[in-house]
Ligand binder design. Structure first.
Ligand SMILES: [Cu+2]
Length: 146
């Protein structure tokens, strides 16, 4: 009689999904409006994979332009500047949060209204792309990631 177990195991192998294989997990995310034409998105990106992954860019159909931004202290004044790629080592997490790194949306096709969802595609280069749907929450206070 043929052993039954190997066949069962084969049936449990998940279909290939590059981003999942890379072990990138996004949680605690939300978006908020800065004004009717621009907004920002925040989230925690966790790299549960075996190798480092780098977030190179973010895309969204909701805005004309999407950029990675960060805040820089310039003589006591916090200024928002364009950020370079964000590298997340294996086993590490990177927080995109108010006052720090964030996803900036410019030229919103419609204002970010509470209760709606913002769809983003995060490009991690060789680690693949990750799609996220973030709730719009204009009332969330800084520091409340969850
Ligand atoms: Cu910004």
């Amino acid at each position: 009689m043929k052993p039954l177990l190997p066949a069962l195991c084969l049936g449990l192998i998940p279909l290939a999904a590059p981003a999942q294989d890379a072990g990138l997990v996004i949680h605690g995310g939300y978006a908020r409006a800065a004004d009717p034409r621009s907004g920002a998105a925040f989230m925690v990106i966790e790299n549960r994979g075996a190798g480092a992954c780098t977030l190179s860019s973010v895309a969204s159909d909701a805005a004309e332009r999407v950029e990675l931004h960060t805040h820089r202290d310039e003589g006591g004044v916090m200024r928002m500047v364009k950020a370079g790629p964000i590298r997340i080592p294996a086993g590490a997490r990177h927080e995109l949060a108010r006052g720090g790194d964030h996803v900036m949306l410019m030229g919103l096709k419609q204002p970010l209204a509470d209760g709606e969802e913002l769809a983003l595609t995060l490009d991690f280069g060789p680690c693949g792309t990750v799609r996220a749907r973030l709730p719009v929450d204009n009332k969330r206070m800084p520091g409340h990631a969850h």
